[in-house]
Design a protein around this ligand. Structure first.
Ligand code: HEC
Length: 129
């Protein structure tokens, strides 16, 4: 009986730990992330569900979404082939230097110099769902 209980308990415990770690990674002030998004990204990206017609894909729900997979958006072949699930780590890599992370991408963005701002905007995107 105890052995059958132990596995689910370990699962639950490590799940809780993972949650705690990702919460800590996103402990940055999300108001800062919203500001960074407004000045650096909102000219090309919406975060409101259903908004289309911008130069970049809608980023509502982007966190955990597979790269290049939003239906109806014409991505570059490079972005469709990238095959990552967007998380803080790869979002920050993308916005450090898009052409380095996805060579051939259509995202005409030079990159965000501040690591704190990159993290803040990634955490802001995590909340847009
Ligand atoms: C000048 C326009 C422009 C700016 C500014 C811009 N992007 Fe983009 N972004 C794009 C385009 C266009 C694509 C699609 C790229 C492709 O298909 O290769 C894209 C793709 C993305 C993707 C991949 C989405 C998906 O569905 O796979 C993410 C994430 C992203 N941008 C985040 C950001 C963030 C965060 C910022 C601000 C720091 C930003 N972008 C600034 C135009 C822009």
């Amino acid at each position: 009986m105890f052995t059958s209980l132990r596995l689910p308990l370990i699962g639950l415990l490590s799940f809780t730990l993972v949650q705690a770690v990702s919460a800590a990674e996103c402990a940055t002030d999300t108001r800062r992330g919203a500001e960074v998004f407004a000045t650096e990204c909102s000219v090309c990206h919406a975060v409101t569900k259903g908004t289309t017609g911008m130069m970049g894909p809608n980023l509502f729900g982007v966190y955990g979404r597979k790269s290049g997979s939003l239906a109806g958006f014409s991505y570059s072949q490079a972005m469709r082939d990238k095959d990552v699930d967007w998380q803080a780590e790869n979002i920050t890599q993308l916005i450090t230097q898009p052409q380095a992370f996805v060579p051939g991408t259509y995202m005409p963005y030079m990159g965000l110099a501040s690591a704190d701002d990159r993290q803040a905007v990634a955490c802001f995107l995590k909340e847009q769902h």
